[in-house]
Design a protein around this ligand. Structure first.
Ligand code: ADP
Ligand code: NI
Length: 220
């Protein structure tokens, strides 16, 4: 009955949180467990507002980085493992395939520009992008840059809105430039109304931050 089904789903979500926590506890490239935790909360908020399937959104958010190309050597194997995990932990074949479809589109580098085909996919992608902007986005950017040994800013390097893969590899990047090449563009990539509303607020906070940063840099 419906109560049993809710219990089954709650059990899967609890187990998925334990799995993600264990796997990403020592991750330091910006996809640690707390990123998953924040994205999951955002996904639930947006899903409720958009009328999306809450269970699919929450499970996809919890598992979305486990097969990420940046974190695992073999994306395909990561996907297979995630699928088996879901089936072994009580997800139906249909639920598992809906979640898998979302995280494969999200985590695949080449797929970062490809549109999400389902409402649930649009919700989780918005949640993931929102965690890259606003106050948290600012903090993650400086942590990432610091870890790469890059400067926070260099006024002698002109602002680049697009960087070639060669420029990326050369490491000739700054934290401040990352706002221009990526973070300030995310607002226009939001899929849902709820996501857009949250993005607008976070976007204007980043603009305010950049203005203050510039003023303080110049001793004002
Ligand atoms: P995602 O999987 O969310 O696309 P990334 O691996 O691109 O994440 O980035 C993880 C975090 O590090 C994000 O907050 C992102 O903004 C930040 N980041 C990624 N690339 C850079 C960079 N070149 N400079 C500064 N921060 C970066
Ligand atoms: Ni993520």
């Amino acid at each position: 009955g419906p109560i049993k089904n809710n219990e089954r789903r709650a059990g899967i979500l609890r187990a998925a949180a334990v799995l993600a926590k264990g796997e990403l506890e020592h991750e330091s490239s910006g996809h640690d467990w707390w990123h998953i935790h924040r994205v999951t909360k955002l996904a639930k908020t947006i899903a409720a507002e958009e009328g999306a399937d809450l269970f699919v959104c929450e499970l996809a958010a919890l598992l979305h980085d486990l097969a990420d190309e940046k974190l695992v050597d073999d994306h395909e194997a990561g996907m297979k493992r995630t699928e088996s995990w879901m089936l072994e932990n009580g997800a139906s074949a249909e639920e598992a395939s809906r979640v898998l479809e979302i995280i494969s589109t999200m985590s695949f580098r080449g797929g970062s520009g490809s549109p999400m085909t389902t409402l649930e996919g649009r919700v989780v992608q918005d949640a993931d992008r929102l965690d890259a902007i606003g106050a948290i986005g600012i903090a993650r950017t400086f942590v990432y840059s610091g870890k790469k040994g890059r400067p926070m800013h260099d006024p002698n390097i002109p602002v680049r809105h697009k960087m070639t893969p060669e420029e990326y590899r050369s490491g000739n990047d700054t934290a401040i430039n990352h706002f221009h090449e990526k973070l300030l563009k995310l607002q226009d990539l939001m899929n849902t109304d709820a996501g857009r509303r949250i993005a607008e607020e976070r976007h204007s906070f980043m603009l305010e931050f950049l203005e203050r940063f510039e003023r303080e840099w110049n001793g004002m």
